[in-house]
Design a protein around this ligand. Structure first.
Ligand SMILES: NC(=O)c1ccc[n+]([C@@H]2O[C@H](COP(=O)([O-])OP(=O)(O)OC[C@H]3O[C@@H](n4cnc5c(N)ncnc54)[C@H](OP(=O)(O)O)[C@@H]3O)[C@@H](O)[C@H]2O)c1
Length: 330
């Protein structure tokens, strides 16, 4: 009898343990389900808000309201390519435009086109390849001092490809001055003016995807673009009253790429539209193109060997573009 009683008790204990475990399992399952539902709703909320931002321009920041009516945008290298497209799209939004470049005739033509949008224009002739002394930038500042400048677009850039040791020293030095020094010094001469306005201001820097994918045959160019990207993104963290946006695209169809077209090459109007949208949304970094963002992010996750192969391929492609550019000039 005693034995049966004990057996019964053991069975009862096992049963209650099993029930307990079952409830614990149910509880964990519910917790997991609640957690997954929470993550799911957060994701959905984020996507929905992005959709609303995209569909309702009035909810997006109105650029002219944010940066001030009648204010001026300064675009370096605004006579062609991406810079010219920035001039056009921002003039359409009623910003006055000041272009800095080396070719007076080309800038004059662009200014005439922009005046068609009912805005004021101005151009300053300056070859950034001559910008190796502070005085060069002081002279530019003297011509901008009296304008209410709200946005600076650090766009000017030049790319020469080739084996580093065989490249002309002048070309390496030129890229350093035109790409890196121009961004540093233009931002420096205008920063106080931008920060002390009643309205917000902005600095957009056109760096390059090569800032993340330093490639052979374009080592100097990649280095200068890494500098401008880091410089702009670091200023974004502590900026007063000024939005900083660093832009790192891969191929954009301009004369820099011999006007090449292709599925991985974005058109200037689409690229600039995306950058302006990212500025509106208050981002500090943009790829200006969804495919380029995907491509770079994907590569950064791959192993080094694979990444290096792609970088070598990019270097070779840019070398080909340089040849194409050369042929087009002839
Ligand atoms: N295209 C791309 O695939 C690509 C990709 C990533 C980043 N980016 C960057 O985007 C920016 C714009 O390039 P883009 O493709 O529009 O090139 P682009 O069509 O060659 O235009 C460059 C602009 O800069 C001007 N410029 C060049 N050297 C100058 C100098 N020494 N002094 C004054 N102005 C000068 C040019 O003036 P002229 O009209 O007199 O030549 C032109 O207005 C550059 O910073 C470039 O590195 C381009």
């Amino acid at each position: 009898m005693e034995l049966v009683k004990r057996g019964f008790q053991v069975l009862k204990q096992i049963h209650s343990k099993l029930i307990h475990k079952y409830y614990q399992h149910l509880y964990r399952k519910r917790k997991l389900r609640t957690f997954l539902m929470g993550v799911g709703s957060l994701y959905l909320l984020r996507r929905l808000s992005q959709l609303v931002m995209l569909l309702t321009p009035s909810i997006r920041r109105n650029l002219l309201q944010r940066y001030g009516e009648e204010s001026w945008v300064v675009v370096t290298g605004g006579s062609d390519g991406i810079g010219k497209e920035f001039c056009i799209q921002l003039a359409k939004q009623k910003f006055n435009i000041a272009i800095i470049g080396r070719n007076a005739n080309k800038m004059d033509q662009v200014c005439l086109e922009l005046q068609g949008f009912g805005v004021q224009t101005k151009f300053i002739v300056a070859d950034f390849n001559n910008g190796y002394a502070v005085d060069f930038y002081n002279k530019i500042y003297e011509q901008l001092e009296y304008l209410d400048i709200s946005i600076l677009v650090n766009n000017v850039g030049a790319a020469e490809a080739g084996q580093f040791e065989q490249m002309k020293m002048e070309d390496s030095f030129m890229m350093f001055r035109v790409n890196a020094l121009s961004t540093l010094m233009m931002t420096r001469i205008l920063i106080n003016k931008l920060q002390n306005r009643n309205k917000k201001s902005a600095v957009i820097t056109i760096s390059s995807g090569l800032a993340y994918l330093p490639s052979p045959l374009v080592s100097v160019y990649s280095g200068t673009k890494a500098f401008t990207n880091y410089f702009t993104q670091s200023l974004a963290l502590t900026s007063k009253n000024t939005d900083f946006l660093s832009v790192t695209p891969l191929g954009v169809s301009t004369k820099m790429l011999g006007n090449r077209k292709g599925s991985n090459i974005v058109e200037t109007n689409e690229f600039v539209k995306n950058v302006i949208n990212d500025l509106r949304q208050g981002k500090t970094h943009s790829f200006g193109c969804y495919q380029h963002k995907q491509f770079i992010n994907h590569l950064l996750w791959r192993n080094q060997n694979y990444r290096n192969k792609v970088k070598i391929q990019i270097g070779n492609n840019l070398m080909n573009c340089q040849m194409l550019k050369g042929n087009q000039k002839e």
